[in-house]
Ligand binder design. Structure first.
Ligand code: ADP
Length: 602
């Protein structure tokens, strides 16, 4: 086989070497966006370069033709791979479907068959001959319609890929623009090389520079792709997020022209992003001239605006941020817009509901306070007269009815206590409960409470243990309220304990720092205890562990709630600990000298 050496082979082999290098480099970074189609493109270029280099070493017509046909196998892959790369890189990966790839490959497959069967139809190359006028022997041909068809197809694909990059370039942010710009420059290399070759160089050199031009294009694209390692995921991810997000985003340049707008913003204005890019802000918001006037020169804002839209008003959150270049010059503005109408409506509905609930609550408290008061007056009469009649009955010889009269009196007293509790609670809830502080000795108060509670203790066969300091001292507090709290806690302890022990312990502790005295009361029982999940609820009104016991023990679920609120009012605290089946302990602490109550304590 006659072979020749021509120096043109050297740049081709060097280029092939570089192509192989880029291919390996890309393979290592194959997870980069666009890397896979790019590798196919580089593979095509490598094949093209190698086959071309081998082809020009041959001198016989048949072998140069054979290698020219082999070369074409690589050539046909390049434009297809280029388009796939551009699609993937410019976020149009969804268009790379199996069907579309097969469609793109149909023409190259057809051409491949055509060149190998050219002998029978001459539609690709009409005549072939060896050119011997140059510095080496080369294949030359006159071309048929299929060649021109194929050339048009390749140029079409190259142009489409270049167009995709150009559009992305125009819409890209500054950082991303450099990257796409480099790729775009790469994309133009084959065009320029080809034009130069066709226009000026063909007569001078016989070698086709196109594969080398493609290699240079590939190298430039690779630089754009990998040279900005930090950004190759970030801009794509960022663009994706901006495209997908619900918040509208508009970038205006310093002449107030729309540089970028995401679908959410375009949607709000009821247009498509493509229609809006390049328009002025005034045009964009033409429906709302007031808005344009107000924010035309505002660099920074975060505000809520109301825009008439369709038949109603929409509430929009508008955030304007200045965009500066690296020299801190104002470059433009970023507008973030969020439709908060639904949120606003919910907020308003909640506000109205709250106002209604507050009003209803207030009405309830007032009603309870009035009702309780009204009920107490006739009750006082019932209590008073039942006692009086019971006494008189004994004198008049009607002793038989005394027990029934006493029952009437006891029931009325119970009802009176209940009403008293409801009245207290409604006063607390309405914020009208007052504290009346006075100086009093504590011992007589405790004696009073114990005298009242004693019958209950005996009734339930409980024993009372006292652990009190010898001198209980004096307190400056609301005596009535403290009396009520202790009675509540002790009567609870006896109510829910049978054959057990009730303990009342008092400690007076003086603070080392400020010398203030605090009374610590501990009321514990060995009764039935309270389930853990109920413990935290018992300080709320009307909560009872087992309401079926109400009939047996009496009570309304108000005692603890009132005691707790009274404690707070008096500047103290109440805490409950309990173990089911083992007993309950209440810890009450109160300052010996009570402060004035806080203004709002409900
Ligand atoms: P009531 O009027 O029902 O006693 P309280 O608010 O004083 O209302 O108590 C609420 C509920 O807490 C009681 O019904 C009872 O179930 C539970 N409870 C309170 N103190 C004790 C205790 N010492 N032992 C067991 N259960 C208790």
């Amino acid at each position: 086989m006659p072979l020749q050496f021509t120096p043109y082979i050297i740049p081709l082999l060097l280029a092939a070497f570089l192509a192989a290098g880029i291919l390996i480099y890309t393979w290592i970074r194959r997870t980069t966006h666009g890397a896979v189609p790019f590798m196919f493109m580089m593979l095509g270029i490598l094949h093209w370069l190698l086959a071309y280099a081998i082809g020009i070493s041959h001198t016989s017509l048949s072998s140069t033709l054979f290698w020219a046909n082999i070369t074409l196998l690589g050539i046909v892959v390049v434009p297809v791979a280029w388009v796939l790369f551009c699609l993937e890189y410019t976020n149009r990966g969804h268009l790379i479907t199996r069907r579309n790839v097969l469609l793109l490959l149909a023409e190259p497959a057809f051409i491949t068959v055509a060149i190998w069967t050219n002998e029978s139809h001459h539609l690709f190359r009409q005549t072939i001959f060896l050119e011997t006028t140059g510095s080496f022997v080369a294949l030359n041909a006159t071309f048929g319609p299929l060649f021109w068809l194929h050339t048009a197809y390749c140029y079409g694909l190259l142009a489409y890929g270049t167009y995709l990059l150009l559009v992305t370039f125009l819409r890209a942010s500054r950082l991303y623009r450099i990257q796409v710009g480099i790729m775009l420059a790469g994309a133009f290399i084959p065009w320029i090389a080809n034009a130069l070759y066709l226009l000026f160089l063909t007569p001078i050199i016989l070698i086709d520079p196109t594969p080398i031009a493609f290699l240079l294009a590939g190298a430039t694209v690779a630089w754009g792709m990998f040279g900005f390692g930090l950004m190759d995921i970030a801009p794509v991810a960022r663009n994706w997020v901006i495209e997908q997000m619900d918040d509208g985003m508009i970038v205006l340049d310093n002449r107030n022209r729309v540089v970028d707008i995401n679908p959410a913003a375009a949607n709000l204005i009821q247009r498509t992003p493509n229609e809006l890019i390049g328009q002025t802000g005034a045009h964009l918001f033409a429906q709302w001239p007031e808005l344009v006037d107000r924010y035309r020169n505002v660099e920074k804002a975060a505000t809520e605006i109301q825009l008439p839209m369709g038949t109603g008003i929409r509430h929009i959150y508008l955030n304007i941020l200045p965009l500066h270049d690296r020299y801190q010059r104002l470059n433009g503005r970023l507008l973030v817009i969020r439709d908060i109408t639904e949120q606003k409506e919910i907020q308003m509905a909640l506000q109205i509901a709250k106002e209604k609930a507050d009003a209803a609550n207030q009405a309830k408290s007032t009603f309870l306070a009035t009702m309780s008061h009204e009920l107490r007056t006739p009750l006082a009469a019932i209590i008073g007269y039942s006692e009086l009649i019971a006494e008189k009955s004994k004198l008049w010889g009607y002793e038989k009815i005394v027990p029934q009269l006493n029952q009437i009196g006891a029931a009325a007293l119970h009802l009176n206590a209940l009403i008293g509790n409801i009245l207290d609670m409604s006063k607390i809830e309405a914020g009208r409960m007052e504290v009346f502080n006075s100086q009093f000795p504590v011992q007589p108060l405790i004696d009073d409470v114990l005298t009242t509670i004693q019958p209950l203790i005996t009734q339930n066969s409980n024993t009372l243990e006292l652990n009190l300091p010898p001198d209980l001292g004096q307190m400056y507090a609301d005596r009535t309220k403290l009396h009520q709290i202790l009675l509540n806690l002790l009567s609870n302890a006896t109510k829910f304990t049978e054959n057990g022990t009730i303990t009342l312990e008092i400690q007076i502790v003086t603070d080392q720092m400020d010398g203030r005295k605090t009374y610590y009361f501990r009321i514990s029982d060995t009764g039935k205890g309270i389930p853990e999940e109920k413990v935290s609820q018992l300080f709320q009104p009307f909560v009872q562990v087992d309401s079926s016991l109400t009939r047996k023990h009496g009570g309304s679920g108000l005692g603890l709630a009132i005691s707790y609120k009274f404690c707070q009012l008096m500047g103290g605290n109440l805490r409950l600990e309990s173990k089911l089946g083992q007993g309950t302990t209440l810890y009450l602490s109160l300052p010996a000298t009570g402060a004035e109550p806080p203004e709002s304590y409900t």
